[in-house]
Structures are given as C-alpha cells and as structure tokens.
Design a protein around this ligand. Structure first.
Ligand code: VAH
Length: 319
C-alpha cells in the first residue's frame, strides 16, 4: 500500500487522487496533520499523521502494510523565512523519520520532493545544470539541499530506494498552494476571473521555472515506476517544463480575459525569486527515464481558466 504524508497540500492532494486512480482507493492511505482538505479526507482511507512524530508515521505504516511513502509535507520558501527553525525541524525531522523507516525495513520505497530552491544566487541561472554550485539563501532551500545529501547517503550506504525531483513552481487549480514564492502564478488566475485585476508581489520581468500540476504529477509517477537501474541520480533530478515572467503570464491571460489588468508591488519574496534560476536543464531526467512535459504556457492558461470558471460558476461567484 501507498502512504501520502501531507496529502492535504497543493501537490499532495493531486498525488493522492492520481495514485488512487493507479492503485485503487483501497491501496492508498492519505494522511495530514489536520482535516482541512475535505476532498482528500472524504476520498477514502484518511488518517491524522504528524510528519514530525516517528511513532505516528510508523503506527500508520504497520496498520496499513505500507511499502511506499510519498513525503509531501514541508514548510515552503516564504513561510520558512518567517519561521526558520520550524521550517528546519518540520522539513528535516519528517525526512529522517521516513528514511529511517526504510533503513529499518518497515517500507521499501520513498518519494521526497526537492526544489529549484536548492539553487542560490551563485548558481548559473540560465539552463541551470544538474550538477552545479548550490548556495541557497532560504531556509527552505537549505533544507532541500541537505535533504538531497541525506537521500543520496541513505541510498549509497543503506540501499534505500529513495527518489526525488527538484520541482519548479507548480501551478494548479484544485488546491491553493501554501506559502511559496511562486504562488503568484496560481493567485493571478483566480484574481483574473474573480476581479479582473491582480497586484503581483514579484516584479514584471522576474523569470522563474514553472510547471503545470499534471506534468509534475506525471513526472512523479514516472520516476517512481522507473526501473531502479535507470534512476541514476539519487540526490534529486532537475525537472523543467516552462519558464515565464509575471508579464508573460498576464499576457497569456489577456488572450482569454482582454480586460485583465496587472500591477506590481514587489515584497520580501522578490529577493527569494531573484536568488533562483530563470530556467532549468533537465537533460538527465529526459535521458534516464524519458521525461517530457506536455503543457506550455498557452495550454496551461487555457486549462486553468476553463477549470476555474467552472469551479466559480458552480459556486455562483461569477456570472
Ligand atoms: C515555493 N512553490 O515557492 C515552492 C517551490 C520552486 C518553488 O519550492 O517555495
């Protein structure tokens, strides 16, 4: 059986539904620290699990005969700067608990998300390579960098089958993101439909690597289903799809909503964004396990607007 820790989150929720489609609802256990995401809570097997509590995870693993864990709970970049030690404790305690459960033989496979946040201002920012200088300047990025080192160590030293992807900013419509610097690229669609305007917390030419959720979920499943010998990188794979600026995404939206207006009021998240790459080289993922993305900016924008219009119409928020 499969266990998702952090199933209520932006990626965790969509991963839960996808894994249920693949393995059957009775073989997927969704868990989180609270009952906030009712879609996930009511989707089948759901339990409260505290990612920072080893016994909480182990009890769930033994009760449901879990052999694979997707560890999707973490404190993201923006919130992590407000609560540095909480971000360190949550992001690292949870990873060690899951790695040790595998080392001790309670589970067999782990997926753990890393991020483009592992890169810093001294990293080449265009077509950032798989192996390069990494001096992250956010707590979140530091936890992802050391997390990658520990994943590779547990694989090399103890044979743990842990696999990881350096996610770019992820855009989706089903569940709001929580506390990230790339969250503007989700908020902008909601505001465009509900209010016809958006004040962006990043400047107009801030180019960042991004990806539509369906691509991120497919990449995650594809990596976990790859033959072990094809998974040559056990720190974390660079993963890329599209890269755009707030100006470019607003122009893509205006093709559907011509009257949409954007303004810019950069805040503390501008500094975080400026420390990250503009685009990512993911040749290793494409070579090792045939990764390829499906959604470009146009296709993503069309899907986001179509789905959000349906969602808001059904809740009578827009005419
Ligand atoms: C964040 N969405 O903004 C996350 C992600 C690359 C960005 O790590 O913190």
């Amino acid at each position: 059986r499969v266990l998702i820790i952090g199933a209520g989150g932006q990626i965790g929720s969509e991963l839960t539904f996808k894994l249920k489609d693949i393995y059957g609802s009775e073989n997927v256990v969704a868990t989180d620290i609270n009952f906030n995401n009712l879609d996930v809570v009511n989707s089948g097997l759901f339990e409260i699990v505290d990612a920072q509590d080893y016994n909480s995870i182990r009890t769930c693993v033994e009760k449901h005969q879990i052999d694979t864990i997707y560890l999707m709970a973490a404190m993201l970049s923006a919130t992590g700067e407000k609560y540095p030690m909480k971000a360190w404790d949550l992001n690292m305690d949870s990873l060690f608990h899951v790695l040790n459960l595998a080392k001790e033989g309670f589970i067999k496979h782990i997926f753990w998300p890393s991020s483009i946040a592992v890169f810093g201002p001294t990293t080449p920012q265009v077509q950032t390579p798989q192996h390069t200088t990494m001096e992250p300047t956010t707590v979140y990025g530091i936890t992802k960098q050391v997390g990658e080192r520990w994943c590779e160590y547990y694989h090399t030293k103890y044979g743990v089958d842990v696999r990881s992807l350096r996610y770019p900013g992820i855009i989706s419509w089903k569940t709001m993101p929580g506390g990230g610097t790339t969250d503007y690229a989700v908020e902008i669609y909601h505001k465009a439909i509900l209010e016809g305007e958006y004040t962006c917390f990043l400047s107009e030419n801030t180019e960042l690597p991004m990806m539509f959720m369906d691509d991120a979920i497919n990449a995650t499943v594809q990596l976990m289903q790859a033959n072990p010998e094809d998974v040559k990188i056990r720190s974390s794979y660079n993963l890329a799809a599209i890269n755009f600026t707030p100006k470019q995404i607003s122009e893509a939206i205006q093709k559907h909503i011509p009257e949409f207006k954007i303004s810019y009021e950069p805040d503390f998240r501008q500094q975080i964004a400026d420390s990250w790459p503009k685009s990512i080289n993911d040749t290793s993922a494409r070579t090792d396990w045939n990764w390829k993305h499906e959604f470009d900016l146009e296709k993503m924008t069309s899907e986001m607007i179509t789905q959000l219009r349906k969602t808001y119409k059904s809740s009578e928020k827009i005419s």
